[in-house]
Ligand binder design. Sequence first.
Ligand code: S3P
Length: 187
Amino acid sequence: MRDAVPASRFKHPIILIGLMGCGKSTIGRELSKLTGLPLLDTDLVIEEQLGKSIPDIFAEFGEARFRALETALLRYLADRSSAPDKRNCIISTGGGIVLKPENRTILRSLGFVVWLNVDVPALLARTARANNRPLLHNADRAATLTSLLLRRRPLYEATAHMRLNTTDTDIPTVTREIIHAAKLFYS
Ligand code: S3P
């Protein structure tokens, strides 16, 4: 049986970053269950704000507008984090949220940032069925994921307080390791 972890142990959010398909949403849901903290998925918030799917947002407004919405959401979360009635949470992010320097700074100041690092073959398998990622709507997904990882690896590295290779690790082990590290981070 899994032990529940009191949410009060974590003063600030646990934030998950990493490439598409690395397991941010799945691990985020598990962390949310274990800690009792609500899960905030930045992609979902933006979709709800606009009443449109990510592919539609990219198609109608372009990637730059989507990136601006990510930054606006992070600024809002940063403002809220100093409010006395702030609600703590687990944050799962879109894979490109680290692209802007401002976002990287806000993420690190918001909470404990965990980079879920997964090998490209596993990313390929995990993103094979879903059709909701506009950056992968092209013939050579392997080449796209490889070049995204190459470009973003230093950005994930610079943003994260913790890096976990989760290619072959099961979800309970990953969540246990994150919670253990977050407790130390916040102790
Ligand atoms: C993106 C990742 C997606 C989503 C958008 C762009 C990226 O989120 O934000 O399609 O640039 O890597 P996931 O990482 O949750 O798939």
